[in-house]
Write a protein that binds this ligand. Structure first.
Ligand code: NAD
Length: 492
């Protein structure tokens, strides 16, 4: 098995702990690579390298245009290596090759877009209310940014953080998920090829508590950009607050996908299935609560079951597979336990309901696409993020009822609305409490469009031009142009 070292200050280094752990392939359940088990000393070393690159290295002397050019070169290199990187993602996280290839093919756009923004970070001249002074602002980078990512879409979610952070002139310590570190370690090799100076991007690997927490606590880290569960996000937020660090938190969801009686039913069935069964439900924006208007409920559910039951499970590297395995063992067990919870809560199991043991699933960790109907919004399967292929179908009466149910949850990441009524589309988009609302589509993202959560789904926005502001701080500069010498004992 190949041993993967960590990348600090442009060098491949052994973990200070001398320890390694296995990462397994979710389709075979076999270990296939060894990952360095980093600790606090490694976090410290990586942060110091990033801090040194920020303060003393050639990075700070690059023009903003030169930074942008490096990012665009990086984008080209990702595009050239997309097939290999996507395959590594599949080996580690078990998601479909079509999904991961689509994601990695799209990743260069983040580096192109934010590379283009690098030399458009402008300050302003303030038309002061005081004579004899010239006042202007500079938007400056923060310093060392810690980027912590989950296992479901490693390279995409890394791009959402690194592209704006680097365009703004910061340096990075990246900590990928312990379940999916390999693609990030391969990706980081491209920084050297692109010509980034050593120390600008560093990667440390290992478990959250052992290496992630010391990274968050490190006094030289100025911002933590995190994607992951709300439970971890809460701990990171509290810890970062003690050090007055900025945080960006992209957390979980329990997104409503709402189908009105006037919707295009074919499109809505398709959107409902892709909302929950794509990526085996392991996406933060999974449409895990399907709200269906009472008047069409039964017929719609029949069509949904008919389509969902045709999902082909199997090897995620086969292009014909539609539902792959669950990435991690703890997640697999969690999903199965929620199916039990749903049964015990009195929801009606209409499809699936357990581990999938079809021959094409081999020894992988598969869960049958599962549909519960008769779900009440106060049940745990309607309120808690399952992060798996488990759909809760909830009936509603009218628009007000749909809104009440949609917003009656502590998350607010995404929402889908299926209707042909344009007025209703706008009304729903205005009143749903979530960071994204899709009308007659679902699960669309772009580097140009802000993404983030309302309520417990997070803080801050990634993507879109405004994302770069979260990696900058404003300095106000006062120049005395001859205002004279003032009384030293009163404010000027
Ligand atoms: P997780 O919170 O368990 O782990 C995420 C990362 O945090 C990993 O790298 C982990 O090692 C690290 N970590 C864990 N404990 C830590 C600690 N105490 N200090 C510092 N780092 C720590 O999440 P996960 O299981 O990897 O990912 C699934 C979750 O991510 C789901 O809740 C999902 O909704 C969410 N997610 C959100 C988005 C989004 O953009 N909003 C996207 C994808 C996934």
């Amino acid at each position: 098995m190949q041993k993967h070292l960590m990348y600090i200050a442009g060098q491949w280094v052994e973990p200070s702990t001398g320890e390694w752990f296995e990462t397994d392939n979710p389709f075979t359940s076999e270990p296939w690579a060894l990952i360095a088990r980093g600790g606090a000393a490694d976090a410290d070393r990586a942060v110091r390298a990033a801090h040194d690159a920020f303060t003393n290295g050639p990075w700070k002397d690059l023009t903003a245009s030169a930074r942008g050019a490096l990012l665009r070169r990086l984008g080209d290199l990702v595009a050239q290596n997309a097939a290999r990187l996507a395959e590594l993602e599949v080996l580690d996280n078990g998601k479909l090759i079509a999904e991961m290839r689509g994601q990695v093919d799209y990743v260069p756009q983040w580096y192109y877009y934010f590379g283009g923004l690098a030399d458009k970070i402008e300050g302003s001249v303030i038309p002061l209310d005081k004579k004899g002074y010239f006042n202007y602002t500079r938007n400056e980078p923060l310093g060392v940014v810690a980027a912590i990512t989950p296992w479901n879409s490693p390279l995409l979610l890394t791009a959402w953080k690194l592209a704006p952070a680097l365009a703004a002139g910061n340096t990075i310590v990246l900590k990928p998920s312990e379940f999916t570190s390999v693609s990030t370690l391969e990706f980081v090799k491209l920084f050297e090829q692109a010509g980034f100076p050593p120390g600008v991007v560093n990667v440390i690997t290992g478990y959250g508590k052992e290496v992630g927490m010391p990274l968050v606590e490190h006094p030289l880290v100025r911002k933590v950009a995190f994607t992951g569960s709300d439970a971890t996000g809460r701990v990171i937020n509290e810890t970062a607050a003690r050090g007055f660090k900025r945080v960006g938190l992209e957390l979980g969801g329990k997104s409503p996908n709402i189908v009105f009686e006037d919707a295009d039913q074919d499109a809505a069935v398709n959107g409902a299935v892709s909302g929950i069964f794509a990526a085996t439900g392991q996406t933060c924006i999974a449409g895990s609560r399907l709200l269906v208007q009472e008047s069409i409920h039964d017929a719609f559910v029949e069509r949904l079951l008919a389509l969902a039951s045709t999902a082909r499970m199997g090897n995620p590297l086969d292009s014909g597979t539609q539902v792959g395995p669950v990435t991690t063992r703890p997640q697999y067990e969690k999903i199965l336990s929620y199916i039990e919870i749903g049964r015990n809560e009195g929801a009606k199991l209409r499809l699936g309901g357990g581990a999938a043991t079809r021959p094409e699933c081999g020894s992988g960790r598969f869960v049958e696409p599962t549909v519960f109907t008769g779900v009440h919004n106060d049940m745990r399967i309607a309120q808690e993020e399952i992060f798996g292929p488990v759909l809760s179908v909830i009936p509603f009466r009218d628009e007000e009822d749909a809104l009440r149910i949609a917003n009656d949850v502590r998350f607010g990441l995404g929402a889908g609305v299926w209707t042909r009524d344009i007025g209703r589309a706008f009304r729903m988009a205005e009143r749903i409490q979530s960071g994204t609302v899709w009308v007659n589509t679902y699960r669309a993202v772009s580097y140009m469009s802000p993404f983030g959560g309302y309520k417990d789904s997070g803080m801050g926005r990634e993507n879109g031009a405004q994302a770069i502001r979260d990696y900058l701080q404003t300095k106000s500069v006062w120049i005395n142009m001859g205002a004279g010498t003032a009384n030293p004992f009163v404010m000027r």
